[in-house]
Design a protein around this ligand. Sequence first.
Ligand code: MF3
Ligand code: CO
Length: 251
Amino acid sequence: MIQIKNPTELKMMLMAGELAAQALELAGKNAVPGISTWELDRIVADYIKSHGGSCPCKGYGGFPANNCFSVNEELIHGIASKNKILKEGDIISCDIVAELNGFMGDNTKTFKIGKVSDEAERLMKATEEALYKGIEQAVAGNRVGDISNAIQQHVESYGYAVVRKFIGHGVGRDMHEDPEVPNFGKPGRGPRLTPGMTIAIEPMVNTNFPEVNILGDKWTVVTTDGSLSCHFEHTVAITNGEALILTLPEH
Ligand code: MF3
Ligand code: CO
């Protein structure tokens, strides 16, 4: 069942979204050559906790870290590690969820570590653009499939592949609520969007193939051929006009 948020709940969602976005911005500033993903995870979690929030990923289905940090061929759910040191030319997807006063904000950006390859630049551009193509379709009266299709079309116009196995989702008091928000599909299909819905739109894009593998740690999702993957995400609210992006550092 899709939870429709009332104005008070939307205000709470906005505050959680701001915290998640600030924490993501901090991750980006600290993502430089020589830092470990463990250290990044600690910096982000300290920020969220010192602002009255918590990190709901910790312990979710047994997930061992506070948030997800995925490097290069890792698409999502990378587990922070002291042995994973960032180096020039890497790309890192920081997927940050913050809970504040019972509501969640969920957002992701892929950051460059120094100078990266032209291919990495192009993949990041395609994925971020696809996120905004999806957000453009996140208006009352449209259906979820309109978001999905816009993302898929944009990604495939670059020759890249949208991942099928993991998808976006409703978000609110719970990290994962209805509806499902796939990054592929047909326009005009799926649940109708109505004001007060809050959803996480999150294109996950591989350079070559849509398929993914899960590593022996049972979490880290990687491309099957070791090529780069990329992930951008915002939590948005459906309104009477354009979607309101909740995961911005300030409004
Ligand atoms: N942030 C992810 C999402 O967009 C969820 C992370 S899975 C977890 O849905 F295990 F880390 F919580
Ligand atoms: Co999400």
